[in-house]
Design a protein around this ligand. Structure first.
Ligand code: IFG
Length: 512
């Protein structure tokens, strides 16, 4: 077993002792400390206390009395975890953001434990850590060792991308994923909500988009109420919900409901009947995008929206005579990346007027688009990602890394180890450049993933990314990690998450 018990991700500073304290469901409670700036009106914390009480004691089906079984000499009992929010503004009713303070300090001692955090976001992480310190003996009696922990994340942006366009993901699965993210201290849900295959987002302004573009207009859509539920469920767990509406490529489904939006492709002098990327030469395109992203800015409260911009295929633009004429007028010659940049530039300006920051896939940067200083460039292309990290940060842009963490690629054996061994700052650059890397995301694209296999394919492989993004850079001992991750995986299983096994072994409480 690991010297750090089963803590995952590993906190920055941990001092575990051998002094064990008993705790029983009947005599233990989680409560607001007297001096806390968050009182009983802070429903985010009250909700979390109940959730974590359930995690610690809920699983104990067996009746438990303190002192049953091996009689310890006068076992010390832990009766309370006191939660103390120290900042005058606990941010109870706020939303997490890239600058949120997620730090906490946890001291477990007799007769009670104290969890101190400037904001509720750190308290949520401290509650998860506390729940991970509790262990039970063969009689089901719970214990915790006296401990002092001081913790904070190495990176601010620690995300999971899910793709609800290649396969529709039922809300239940999305919420379960948010719950599991919280168990791993991940704090960004990148919702790749639309793509070529389907448009499941029900827009109030343009209802025909899902009416025509969803796999099915009633059973395979996300209503405004569904979106609100995902956003609030995430907020209560300190998780940002960043939607991605990917354009100008990956937009076939948009054209079903918005008929003049996509570029008509030509074969010879006639339209072929197929369509390509968003048509960048029509004013109606930008009128539509203005209204659409205005709505998005009101439905999703996060300060950022992801605008995509990946994998734009130029062949359709090349075939269209009106596009040709436009290219000539603009003096773009045959360089279609200039046309892509023309479109993206106008889109970024539209989104900027909605007071949102934006994230974009790296091609937008690679194609020389003028970005706002707070733009976030998302590095995803495999092979050469280190060079790309160097280039993007040298240009002064905030950057997140996904390239080595495409979890939709599966293989035999323990591939989590290669995700774990990634060092996001291993590229050549100055300290200044390294500071621009705010974190990363594990991506589970949906071509081969739906509700039947999402969770076991994502967990515990994504847990490896979670520790890489939370813990100190020098946490690299793969053997200690294997032991901790094995226990962590069984804890997720015990909490009802069908996380797949690392290797041959067993869990005290198997999935059922
Ligand atoms: C940014 C990005 O990754 N774009 C595409 N690249 C390949 C992926 C599958 O691995 C998805 O198809 C995704 O839509």
């Amino acid at each position: 077993p690991s010297k750090f018990g089963s803590l995952w991700p590993l906190p920055q500073k941990v001092k575990l002792s051998a002094v064990s304290l008993k705790l029983t469901g009947v005599s233990f409670q989680i409560a607001d400390a007297k001096g806390s700036s968050a009182g009983s009106g802070c429903s985010l914390l009250q909700d979390a206390y109940r959730r974590y009480y359930e995690y610690v004691f809920g699983g104990a089906k067996r009746q438990q009395q303190p002192g049953k079984g091996r009689r310890a000499a006068g076992p010390a009992v832990l009766t309370e975890l006191q939660v103390w929010i120290t900042s005058p503004d606990p941010e109870c009713d706020g939303y997490p953001g890239v600058a949120s303070d997620e730090s906490y300090e946890l001291t477990v001692d007799q007769p009670y434990a104290v969890l101190k955090a400037p904001k509720v976001w750190g308290a949520l992480h401290g509650l998860e850590t506390f729940s991970q310190l509790v262990y039970e003996d063969e009689y089901g009696v719970k214990s915790i060792n006296s401990t002092t922990i001081s913790d904070f994340p190495r990176f601010a942006h620690r995300g999971i991308l899910l793709d609800s366009a290649r396969h529709f993901l039922p809300i239940k699965v999305i919420l379960a994923n948010l719950e599991t993210m919280a168990m791993n201290k991940l704090n960004v849900f990148h919702w790749h909500i639309t793509d070529d295959q389907s448009f499941p987002y029900l827009s109030r302004t343009f209802p025909q988009l899902s009416q025509q573009g969803a796999y099915h207009p009633y059973t395979h859509v996300y209503t405004p109420a569904d979106v609100k539920m995902v956003v609030e469920f995430g907020r209560l767990r300190g998780i940002r919900v960043i939607p991605e509406f990917d354009t100008p490529g990956h937009t076939q489904s948009w054209g079903k409901g918005q008929t003049d939006l996509l570029t008509p492709c030509y074969s010879g002098s006639k339209p072929s009947g197929s369509f390509g990327p968003v048509n960048p030469i029509l004013n109606t395109t930008y009128d539509f995008m203005s209204q659409f992203f205005k709505e998005i800015s009101t439905v999703f409260p996060d300060a950022y929206v992801h605008l995509g911009g990946d994998e734009v295929d130029f062949s359709c633009w090349k075939s269209n005579p009106d596009i040709q004429t436009f290219m000539d007028q603009q003096g773009f010659g045959k360089d279609f990346s200039k046309l892509e940049s023309f479109y993206i530039q106008k889109l970024l300006n539209i989104v900027a007027t909605t007071q949102k920051g934006y994230m974009i896939w790296q091609e937008v940067f690679d194609n020389g688009v003028q970005l706002k200083p707070d733009a976030v460039v998302h590095v995803w292309i495999g092979g050469g990602a280190n060079d790309e990290m160097g280039k993007v940060t040298a240009a002064g842009y905030t950057t997140i890394l996904s390239a080595p963490w495409y979890l939709d690629y599966i293989s035999y054996a323990q591939d989590w180890q290669k995700y774990y061994k990634v060092e996001p700052l291993s590229f050549n650059g100055t300290e200044e450049q390294k500071k621009l890397v705010i974190g990363g995301e594990a991506c589970l694209w949906g071509e081969y993933v739906d509700a039947t296999n999402l969770t076991p394919r994502l967990w515990p492989r994504a847990s490896a990314v979670a520790e890489r993004l939370w813990s100190a850079a020098d946490v690299t001992d793969i053997n200690d990690t294997f032991n901790r991750l094995s226990v962590h995986r069984c804890r997720m299983v015990a909490r009802g998450i069908p996380a797949q096994p690392l290797f041959s072994s067993y869990c005290p409480r198997e999935y059922k």
